[in-house]
Design a protein around this ligand. Structure first.
Ligand code: URA
Length: 241
């Protein structure tokens, strides 16, 4: 197995991130530092260390989804002692971490895994994996606002990538819509709606690529099904369709 894949499998970094770590001379195999990017290792017999600390492969890869309630911070441990998503998956194997970010105030679908490669691809915009959010926003979203949201608007000097909006209802000075984006910039959906004058009242992620939230109850988790995992791997170019 190539060393970068080994490190990604171990949850250390993405494969590309692992290459940087290797090139920086931080990895040793059987006690000797390696910087050669093509290095291969035998997981059964070779000893791999990062900064002198042994790196072992998880016994198996774990893929979970949770329906995160608002108020939970997307991290496995919080120095400030706030509730975190690890409280929702108490028995998760070591190395299982949330994939990408959701604001504490946002609820909905969050994937957790110890597969570093898959995690990297889900979040990196170059893989263009759609994320779908249900948005309840103040005011009635006009055609012009919708066009701006869809074609791209300036957030901190950089245009957002094209998005898709489906308005589900406009009543009581409130718009409920679904927005599909593949970027994951900080507070992106909230900032996009704020930028067109419609502050977000509630935000729920309902889909990540081929994986939907379905009727998973808030605060609970389940394993990804084989079919979901396969579809996700195909969408991310990790497997041929
Ligand atoms: N966009 C946001 O504004 N917040 C999230 O949590 C996710 C997307």
């Amino acid at each position: 197995m190539r060393l970068n894949r080994y490190l990604a499998r171990a949850g250390v970094a993405s494969r590309r991130g692992a290459d940087e770590i290797i090139a920086a001379g931080r990895v040793a195999v059987n006690g000797a530092a390696v910087t050669e990017l093509g290095t291969t290792v035998d997981p059964a017999s070779d000893r791999v260390e990062l900064d002198g600390v042994p790196v072992t492969l998880p016994e198996s890869l774990t893929y979970l989804i949770i329906n995160k309630p608002a108020g939970y911070v997307v991290t496995m441990s919080d120095p400030q002692g706030r509730p975190t998503v690890s409280d929702l998956v108490p028995g998760a194997p070591a190395g299982v971490v949330p994939v990408g970010r959701l604001d504490a105030a946002t609820d909905g679908l969050l994937i957790l895994t110890n597969d570093g490669d898959l995690a990297y691809r889900v979040t990196h915009p170059s893989y263009e994996l759609d994320k779908v959010y249900r948005v309840v926003a103040r005011g009635v979203v006009t055609k012009e606002s919708r066009r701006l949201l869809e074609t791209g608007l300036d957030l901190e000097g950089r245009l957002t990538a094209p998005a898709r909006i489906e308005v589900l209802s406009t009543e009581h000075h409130t718009t409920t819509a679904e927005i599909t984006i593949h970027e994951g910039r900080k507070r992106q959906v909230r900032r996009m709606f704020e930028a067109v004058g419609h502050p977000v009242r509630s935000l729920t992620r309902i889909r990540v690529g081929p994986v939907g939230l379905g009727d998973l109850r808030p605060g609970t988790w389940r394993d990804l099904t084989e079919d979901e995992l396969q579809a996700l791997r195909i969408a991310l170019g990790l497997e041929n369709g």
